[in-house]
Ligand binder design. Structure first.
Ligand SMILES: *[C@@H]1O[C@H](CO)[C@@H](O)[C@H](O)[C@H]1NC(C)=O
Ligand SMILES: *[C@@H]1O[C@H](CO)[C@@H](O)[C@H](O)[C@H]1NC(C)=O
Ligand SMILES: *[C@@H]1O[C@H](CO)[C@@H](O)[C@H](O)[C@H]1NC(C)=O
Ligand SMILES: *[C@@H]1O[C@H](CO)[C@@H](O)[C@H](O)[C@H]1NC(C)=O
Ligand SMILES: *[C@@H]1O[C@H](CO)[C@@H](O)[C@H](O)[C@H]1NC(C)=O
Length: 380
């Protein structure tokens, strides 16, 4: 396509070829690659995570890179480099290690030195769950069993935390807190269900945990009257009415999609669809752009959440397509690209734009998730 019908490059085509801008503006893959390159401007080869955001946000960044590599092999070199480097150096400079528990668990829940999982545990069980999912993402695109084993080890350490004062099941937020929150338990469900579809010879073990978590979760009061999921439970195990964060409407979707794949059940996808629709009803604006209730001044954790919602919505869209989901994914991606991008190609927290608050690796990588979801949506 280098030559026009007349055998000459017409000037506008030349300028487009030189800047690449028309290409990037039109093609979801080019947009996502551009966002990846920008994200890597924050990647710190010495710490193995991304400057300007936290430790668990790093897991989210890595997960998104893995998702893009699964859709676009041209970014595989960058992805492999990140997985390998973060695996190698990440723990050395964990900036927020928390009250570390150095016990290392094998897949049989025996203390061991052969699985290096303890390096990725900071004792906030949700943080550990994010890293487990990220390493599973790395395994999916590289088939490097080291990453899968790491996720298995992390899962075993989470199993040892099972059992709260609410119905005797579930996980608390961390070992020193009695708070029973949604995200920790959604992550436990999702990690178990992902492992069920991947670890040879252990399917039933992981399916059992995923089902146990889901049955317990639905018997508790996490899901509010209108079908959205609140932050967690009160000491008396009633719904605490706390913020309907987008990521709490997201992780459960991917968990149920994976569980339904491992152990099909007529109830899983309908439950996921109900949550997804309630979430969109609550969080999307009239242009189908998802917002967080804290915008535009979200604290560092809150800037990450929407990408996690959209990442999991796209998993549901693949398993159970709905026009509404496709619209939300594309509308988020288009608004981010057109209205929420600064001159450096970085994205802010408000996906509808404009950029008025801090821009960092967290706001950027969260929006990057939506661009990756749009690549997947354009394939279907
Ligand atoms: C990282 O790369 C090095 C050098 O290629 C290799 O020896 C090592 O096994 C890789 N690590 C993982 C976890 O894949
Ligand atoms: C775990 O990883 C760290 C950092 O890569 C390394 O120094 C250590 O020797 C590893 N431990 C085991 C038990 O493999
Ligand atoms: C680490 O966690 C395990 C399992 O929860 C527990 O048995 C062990 O006592 C903990 N070790 C430390 C040093 O806290
Ligand atoms: C389907 O899932 C529900 C909810 O987890 C469970 O109660 C039911 O027993 C499952 N049905 C089958 C056939 O496994
Ligand atoms: C659903 O309930 C939550 C409170 O749990 C509220 O924040 C949200 O606005 C409600 N959604 C709708 C669409 O009314």
């Amino acid at each position: 396509m280098l030559f026009s019908r007349h055998g000459l490059l017409i000037p506008s085509v030349i300028s487009l070829l030189l800047t690449g801008s028309a290409f990037a503006d039109d093609d979801p893959r080019a947009r996502a690659r551009d966002a990846l390159n920008t994200l890597q401007g924050w990647y710190n080869p010495q710490s193995g995570i991304w400057d300007s955001c936290g430790w668990w946000d790093g897991a989210s960044c890595m997960n998104t890179i893995a998702d893009l590599a699964a859709l676009d092999p041209s970014v595989m070199d960058t992805a492999r480099y990140v997985f390998n480097n973060t695996f190698t150096v990440g723990p050395v400079s964990n900036p927020d290690p928390g009250p570390e528990n150095k016990t290392v668990y094998t897949r049989d829940n025996q203390p061991s030195t052969s699985v290096n999982a303890s390096l990725w545990l900071d004792q906030a069980y949700d943080d550990d769950g994010w890293w487990a999912l990220a390493w599973i993402g790395a395994y999916d695109v590289t088939k490097d069993g080291t990453y899968l084993e790491l996720a298995e080890g992390i899962f075993e350490s989470l199993v040892s935390a099972w059992g709260t004062n609410c119905g005797g099941g579930g996980l608390p937020w961390n070992p020193t807190s009695k708070y029973v929150n949604s995200i920790t338990n959604e992550l436990f469900l999702s990690v178990a269900a992902h492992l069920a579809n991947r670890v040879t010879g252990r399917k039933q073990y992981y399916v059992s945990w995923a089902q146990k978590e889901w049955d317990w979760f639905t018997a508790q009061a996490f899901i509010g009257a209108n079908g959205t999921i609140n932050d967690g439970l009160l000491d008396n195990c009633q719904n605490n009415g706390a913020t309907v964060w987008s990521y709490n409407q997201g992780v459960v979707l991917g968990g149920l999609v994976e569980l339904n794949k491992a152990a099909p059940n007529d109830t899983y996808l309908p439950a996921a669809n109900k949550i997804a629709k309630a979430a969109i009803e609550t969080l999307a604006d009239s242009n189908n752009v998802i917002h967080e209730l804290c915008e535009p001044q979200c604290l560092p954790d809150g800037t990450q959440f929407k990408g996690i919602f959209i990442r999991n919505l796209r998993m549901l869209q693949k398993a159970s397509p709905h026009d509404l989901y496709r619209k939300v994914i594309n509308s988020c991606a288009n608004n981010i690209w057109n209205n929420n991008r600064n001159e450096k190609g970085q994205f802010g927290v408000n996906w509808a734009g404009p950029i008025v608050a801090v821009v960092d690796a967290s706001t950027h990588s969260s929006a990057f998730d939506a661009l990756v979801a749009a690549v997947a949506a354009s394939d279907t």
